[in-house]
Design a protein around this ligand. Structure first.
Ligand SMILES: *Cc1c(COP(=O)(O)O)cnc(C)c1O
Length: 418
């Protein structure tokens, strides 16, 4: 039996595995931050336990209220999006739900863009309706329609730029202005922009309005996508620039018992430093693929906001491409496959792709494809969309040339010209 100078007698007991004299040095600094995981947090004394305050991050009280790892991730996400306060939740959808449950009460109405992320609409039609909160859909491409639908019961408006799947890019500053005029909260699902394509809390950046002159109230972000970048973590964030609004969200977050795991926070912290490089690479590849699709006779319509003729292209230019040619877009686009091809032919084309995997979500290294049935997702077929079968592509980090060869072989095999 060895003798440890710190322990008079080395006892291989269970207690010795838990209580030991070694404490790691506080000065350990390295490129990656330490990972702290806890449900329980110790207090040196009962008096200290009674005094500690977690709401302003001045102390730690319980794992659910935050750890050094989650606080650090929150601060870095605020830097990314230009916000001041952040709350982490276990998924992007949980971020949307937390926003709704924090600010909406029975009798309120929430307006949702017709092309919003589908599960956000389902939340409104399900739980929110059960709680006595009504919702209506507005046409995000028609700011007047938004103004018309705002009533004294409207408490919050959801915004998304661009819309899910059909990728229409709205006049975001104009929609925010109209919410401001009427005194309703505006919450943005900023997953696509990721804090990189435009600044949600400074929509007129570089414009005449000055810093922060036009901002959304809340930015919700599915960290599952680009901040994770690996296709292996689910997480979401809710970012604000208003202390009172943040506290309202934070208290609801606490009462609902939402929290994220230390290892998941670690994974996102590990990926964040490369987000701008990855985002730009996904963007470049997606544009190469979209440009290829645009000249294929099987493509009835290309939906990528950075392309001339795509729905809302001018709004994307105004918001994201202020220095022409330098604007960013996510690595996501959709193609309307001409109506002469049947659903089963389009399905066979998707099945025939080798590099593109069939799967939901995006932002990871592997390219993904999903055919969508737009008719079942909207109240009416959107007038600006050509008829056909919509296929959405999420471009991964493979070589764009290899991806185009893959598209080419699957088109040749399953979408014949004659
Ligand atoms: C993926 C996504 C979400 C939901 O994120 P999850 O982490 O998958 O729950 C919300 N909004 C948008 C726009 C998304 O793309």
């Amino acid at each position: 039996m060895q003798k440890d100078p710190k322990y008079p007698i080395f006892v291989p007991s269970v207690t010795g595995l838990i209580h030991h004299p070694y404490t790691p040095p506080a000065e350990f600094e390295a490129p990656q931050p330490g990972v702290f995981k806890a449900s329980t947090v110790y207090f040196p004394t009962v008096a200290d336990m009674r005094q500690r305050e977690w709401k302003d991050k001045s102390a730690y009280t319980y794992g659910l209220h935050g750890t050094p790892t989650t606080y650090l991730l929150e601060e870095r996400l605020c830097s990314l999006e230009g916000g001041l306060q952040c709350v982490l939740v276990p998924s992007g959808l949980a971020a949307l739900a937390l926003v709704a449950l924090s600010v909406l009460q029975s009798g309120d109405e929430v307006l949702i863009p017709d092309n919003a992320y589908g599960p956000n609409k389902a939340l409104a039609a399900g739980e929110l309706r059960h709680f006595g909160i009504t919702h209506r859909f507005y046409d995000p491409m028609d700011p007047q329609d938004l103004s018309r639908q705002i009533t004294e019961r409207t408490r919050m408006v959801w915004l998304e730029a661009p819309g899910s799947v059909s990728m229409e890019f709205p006049d975001l500053p104009e929609l925010v202005r109209r919410c401001r005029e009427r005194g309703v909260l505006c919450a943005l699902d900023n997953t696509w922009g990721a804090g990189l394509a435009f600044k949600p809390f400074d929509l007129l950046a570089d414009g005449a309005g000055g810093e922060g002159s036009l901002a959304v109230d809340i930015s919700a972000h599915a960290l599952t996508k680009y901040p994770s970048g690996g296709g292996d973590v689910l997480m979401g964030s809710v970012i604000t620039r208003d202390t009172a609004l943040h506290l309202q969200i934070k208290l609801c977050h606490m009462r609902l018992g939402l929290g994220v795991a230390g290892n998941d926070a670690e994974t996102v912290l590990r990926s964040l430093p490369s987000i701008a490089l990855r985002y730009a690479a996904h963007d470049q590849s997606a544009r190469a693929l979209a440009a290829w699709w645009q000249i294929q006779p099987q493509c009835a319509q290309l939906m990528h906001p950075a392309f001339e003729g795509a729905p809302g292209h001018a709004h994307w230019q105004a918001l994201c491409d202020r220095v022409p040619g330098k604007g960013l877009a996510a690595g996501l686009f959709s193609v309307m496959i001409d109506a002469r091809y049947s659903q089963s032919q389009v399905d066979a084309f998707c099945d025939g792709l080798k590099l593109f995997k069939i799967g939901y979500s995006w932002g990871g290294p592997v390219s993904l494809v999903v055919p969508y049935d737009i008719a079942s997702m909207r109240q009416a077929w959107p007038g600006h969309l050509k008829l056909g079968t919509l296929v959405r592509f999420s471009t991964g980090l493979e070589s764009a040339q290899d991806l185009i060869l893959d598209l080419h072989q699957a088109v040749q095999a399953h979408l014949p010209m004659a």
